[in-house]
Design a protein around this ligand. Structure first.
Ligand code: GRE
Ligand code: ZN
Length: 325
């Protein structure tokens, strides 16, 4: 399929590559680093080769969310966003940007989001999970009361927020001890991101700010598979749940999924059954995944051509208000 739009595509700055090295597959570290820095060479060539017209770029994980010092986080976000805006401007027909935000300070995050959307033309933000604040061993989820004003800001600006994975902090990794293959992308990323998403849905944020649209990757971080059971068990024992609606209702009014890093028909079919084709969008997760794996699967996946066009392109055009047909 030509004209695809991809949404979970990452870049980094040389200064944030050291923390990235632990994610690289042995022997491919240098190649991954090169791919993370590059926009206009290999990345663009692969987009041409595999029919991706537009890729919305975001700053690598854990990025700004892992910077404990608020001032340093603000400076890093601003720098990453300025550089991305400059690079996007060179090929605005092929690239767009998501803002990196210093959620260490909710007001600063709102200010930076406003600047990114109004001055830099970004299409929303991509946040790498919970934020560390003051010390590396802290965890701040955005259902906490101090983030209500930030959600008001997201709603006012009217652009989606992509909630991207990061690993749990070291002190919460005991359950993974001795099983490093479950850390990061094989399992821990999805557990962390699903938990954060469900915290947001359950906290009533979407009752207060019903227009906020959240995007999660990897075909829903396992949530669609367990959606029935979630609501079934919560109904039996709500435990003071503040949210007014069921998890399913929020998933169908406030959440969208992408295909990033999850290239498998049965999972896509389940996601389509639970969410509808109008809430799913194509993505690669470049450069942690190959464009070739993502596209050779998606272009031949067992779905109708109407669904393929929606998932591959038109859903993203409407959600991100892109100037494309
Ligand atoms: C990511 O998307 O950020 C990512 C990593 C490391 C491994 C896989 C992956 O940071 O998708
Ligand atoms: Zn990613």
């Amino acid at each position: 399929m030509q004209g695809k739009i991809a949404l979970e595509e990452h870049f980094s700055l040389p200064e944030t590559q050291n923390e990235m090295s632990r994610f690289s597959i042995p022997g491919t570290g240098e190649d991954l680093k090169k791919r993370l820095i590059d926009l206009h060479d290999v990345r663009l060539k692969e987009m041409d080769e595999f029919g991706i017209e537009l890729a919305i770029q975001s700053f690598n994980a854990p990025g700004v969310q892992a910077v404990a010092d608020t001032q340093a986080a603000m400076e890093l976000a601003e720098r990453a966003n300025d550089i991305l805006a400059e690079e996007v401007a060179k090929r605005s027909d092929r690239f767009a940007g998501f803002a990196a935000l210093p959620l260490q300070d909710p007001d600063a995050a709102c200010k930076e989001l406003t600047r990114c959307i109004k001055d830099l033309g970004f299409k929303g933000s991509l946040i790498n999970g919970f934020t560390t604040r003051e010390s590396a061993e802290t965890v701040h989820y955005y259902d906490q009361p101090e983030y209500r004003s930030f959600w008001a800001c997201v709603q006012d600006l009217g652009m989606p927020l992509y909630l991207h994975p990061r690993n749990p902090i070291a002190s919460r990794m005991q359950s993974y001890k001795g099983h490093p293959w479950l850390e990061n992308s094989p399992w821990a990323f999805a557990m962390e991101t699903a938990l954060h998403t469900l915290r947001l849905l359950g906290s009533g944020i979407f009752d207060e700010y019903p227009l906020v649209q959240l995007v999660i990757g990897h075909l829903g971080e396992r949530i669609p598979y367990d959606l029935w059971r979630l609501d079934h068990r919560i109904r039996k024992s709500p435990q003071g749940l503040p949210a007014k609606k069921s998890m399913r209702e929020y998933m169908l009014s406030n959440v969208h999924l992408t295909t990033s890093g999850n290239f498998y028909d049965p999972t896509l079919h389940l996601a389509m059954t639970e969410m509808g084709a109008d809430r799913i969008m194509f993505s690669v997760d470049y450069p942690f995944e190959t464009t070739s794996d993502a596209v050779s699967w998606f272009d031949k996946s067992q779905i109708s051509e109407v669904d393929r066009l929606q998932i591959g392109r038109t859903n993203a055009i409407s959600l991100f208000k892109l100037d494309l047909k």
